[in-house]
Design a protein around this ligand. Structure first.
Ligand code: CP
Length: 308
């Protein structure tokens, strides 16, 4: 079994993984040698802080070993991705890959004889979403019935978060003026729109009313943020999305003083979120980042049939 998108894991198993992730966070010693002798390959075509550190530390804390590889220093760029995936899988027990293109990730997984985890591509970020629903469950007691509002640009993070929230019985509102064209997936969107717990609106007041969670992410993909070729589009996006900045005014529109603020990080402060709200008492962004470690430990155990 691979974890390339949230739907690869049935809802009941997803729920079990997040409950076990919380238990592992509380008692990490219970799994400290669960993956002794096992190896995780971590392949990165793009930069990362959280994904790289949390998977590598997670594997160490499970008694296993992780190998970090930038793909530009491997032969993944010049060989058949399927063949390279097959070869790597003959050495390791698990692969986690951050590829620029979902199509390449799919080829890697097609060749691999061991489970492959998507560490983010242009369409999905399922390991992040797993962590996000675990954080909501941890903070609010359950995902079921919670109103999760995503504000900003529809992208790989919102795609996966929407799916995980809906699968666990939450309500999801996508409040965006635009979609990142790279993240578009019509079949995924049709599946979501088939649920009455999923809604889309560009109206901030309507979306935020009664929100239990407000979530945002960067309006410009990190690799383009300082790219001179993207400068004009970046300025256009800032003008379009500024009314959707998560600030005190937007947060207050929930009508609740308990609305959690979430962000997958890294944040562009002053753009999609301001300093005050990022460091607000309701902000759980750093717990959320920490939870990458715990949720992914449970995920790796699950994929290797070691999760009790
Ligand atoms: N949220 C996230 O995936 O962070 P990194 O890009 O630093 O891994």
């Amino acid at each position: 079994m691979h974890f390339l998108k949230v739907r690869d894991i049935p809802a009941g198993d997803l729920h079990h993984i997040i409950e076990r992730g919380i238990a592992i966070k509380q008692h990490p010693e219970t799994v400290s040698d669960a993956l002794a002798g096992r190896t995780l390959a971590m392949l990165f075509q793009k930069t990362s802080t959280r994904t790289r550190f949390s998977f590598e530390v997670g594997m160490t804390q499970l008694g296993g070993h992780a190998i970090f590889a930038e793909t530009r220093l491997t032969n993944l760029g010049i060989a058949d991705v399927r063949d390279e995936g097959k070869v790597i899988s003959r050495y390791v027990d698990l692969i986690m890959a951050r590829m620029r293109r979902n199509t390449d990730l799919m080829l890697l997984a097609e060749g691999s004889e061991v489970p492959v985890i998507n560490g983010l591509d242009e369409k999905y970020h399922p390991a992040q979403a797993l962590t996000d629903v675990m954080t909501i469950h941890e903070k609010l007691g359950s995902v079921e019935g919670q109103k999760v509002v995503y504000v900003g640009i529809a992208n790989n993070v919102s795609n996966s978060l929407a799916m995980a929230t809906i699968m666990l019985g939450g309500r999801f509102v996508l409040c965006v003026p635009e979609h990142d064209p790279e993240a578009r997936d019509d079949e995924h969107a049709a599946f979501l729109r088939d649920h009455d717990t999923y809604a889309e609106t560009a109206d901030i007041d309507e979306a935020m009313n009664g929100a239990d969670v407000v979530y945002t992410d960067t309006w410009v993909n990190l690799e383009y943020f300082s790219d001179p070729d993207f400068a004009e589009e970046k300025e256009r996006r800032i003008a379009t999305f500024m009314p959707y900045q998560v600030n005190e005014d937007l947060l207050a529109r929930s009508g609740k003083d308990t609305t959690l603020v979430m962000h997958c990080l890294p944040a562009h402060k002053g753009y999609e979120v301001n300093d005050t709200v990022l460091y607000h008492p309701n902000s759980v962004v750093f717990d959320q980042a920490e939870n990458r470690l715990h949720a992914q430990k449970a995920l790796m155990l699950y994929l290797l049939d070691k999760l009790d």
